[in-house]
Design a protein around this ligand. Structure first.
Ligand SMILES: Nc1ncnc2c1ncn2[C@@H]1O[C@H](COP(=O)(O)OP(=O)(O)OP(=O)(O)O)[C@@H](O)[C@H]1O
Ligand SMILES: [Mg+2]
Length: 321
């Protein structure tokens, strides 16, 4: 029987703490917990796809060996079945003794999606089982975690991965998968994924399913992103007062590339900030950031994408030189 191939994000998930790239200070400390076989409750906070779950699993593997599942429970705290189910699961897992270890580990993902009440409940749960279990809470925004939970944990902040790490990781995977990938394509993956390793691997796999030779064009196309130059051209046209041409570029992003309004706004923001001084003054940039923020909010609130994006382009025309 042929083995079913795992998605590459799983296939290339770090197996040990040493394989976790880009957070040497954090992994050093985690390693020392493992070496002493004593871990405190932990809170991992940071953007998606940067290694929070991977570091937890790697720690569990190093502590408990390949059959770490007996002593390691992964739960999604925002599970729509509610915190009661989570508590129930925790209870039955925590009740039995750890296998060949003093403690078990409970990994609670997406803790920032919990309501205040649920977090309060978790606070008691954590306390109750702290003798036999260690908790690792994971979230994208630590500000959404109530103080009492934060104070029960040692907090580690995961940053977006840097471009060099992402590019070399992509290159390594490409080599193993026998793909041909050029420098421009790697730069493009880095531009699109913005420090999210999961995204970079998913893009690579999506490109590989089309062709084993990967170029810049396929990266932008599978990720439904425009090249930075395309967005810059649109902005420059608006800044020159050429609304109709700018609008045509917008059409292309929306209908040829199939980009979502919120993604266009994000790229518009990045490329506005990247404009040279001769095209847009510092003062104008500051004002436009405020404007972009306003239009972003309107889209989140459900306003018509097309109309809002055109109106935003019209705002750029105010800064015509
Ligand atoms: N620091 C890293 N080193 C190596 N691979 C990584 C790293 N971070 C992420 N990855 C890759 O991305 C995948 C997803 O990472 P992980 O599950 O650890 O992200 P996360 O930080 O928990 O994200 P989320 O906030 O969405 O839960 C991993 O399986 C791995 O392939
Ligand atoms: Mg995770």
């Amino acid at each position: 029987m042929t083995e079913i191939e795992l998605p590459w994000v799983e296939k290339y998930r770090p197996k040990t703490l040493k394989d976790v790239m880009g957070h040497s200070e954090i992994t050093k400390r985690l390693q020392s917990y493992v070496d002493k076989r004593n871990i405190p409750n932990l809170l991992f906070s940071g953007p998606a796809g940067t290694g929070k779950t991977s570091s937890s699993i790697a720690m569990a593997k190093e502590l408990f060996g390949e059959n770490f599942g007996q002593n390691f429970l992964e739960l999604n705290a925002s599970d729509d079945r509610g915190i009661d189910v989570v508590r129930h699961t925790i209870k039955s897992f925590a009740r039995t003794l750890a296998f060949d270890s003093d403690f078990k580990i409970i990994f609670l993902d997406e803790c920032d999606a919990l309501t205040n009440d649920a977090q309060q409940a978790l606070r008691r749960t954590m306390e109750k089982y702290t003798k036999t279990c260690r908790f690792i809470l994971s979230c994208n925004y630590s500000s959404k975690i109530i103080e009492p939970l934060q104070s029960r944990c040692v907090i580690y902040r995961f940053k977006p991965l840097n471009g060099e790490d992402i590019e070399s990781h992509v290159e390594n995977i490409a080599k193993i998968e026998k793909l041909e990938i050029d420098a421009k394509a790697k730069t493009a993956i880095n531009y699109v994924c913005q420090g999210d390793a999961r995204k970079s691997i998913n893009i690579l796999q999506a490109c590989a399913s089309l062709e084993s030779k990967i170029d810049e064009e396929s990266v932008y196309s599978v990720s439904s992103r425009a090249r930075p130059e395309q967005v810059q051209e649109m902005i420059l046209l608006a800044l020159q007062g050429n609304f109709l041409e700018a609008r045509k570029k917008l059409d292309a992003l929306m209908y040829e590339y199939g980009m979502a309004g919120e993604d266009i706004i994000k790229q518009l923001y990045r490329e506005t900030m990247a404009l040279e001084d001769k095209d847009l003054s510092e003062k104008a940039k500051i004002e436009l950031v405020d404007t972009i923020g306003e239009y972003d909010f309107r889209l989140v609130e459900g306003a018509n994408e097309r109309i809002q994006l055109e109106a935003l382009l019209a705002q750029f025309m105010k800064y015509k030189k």
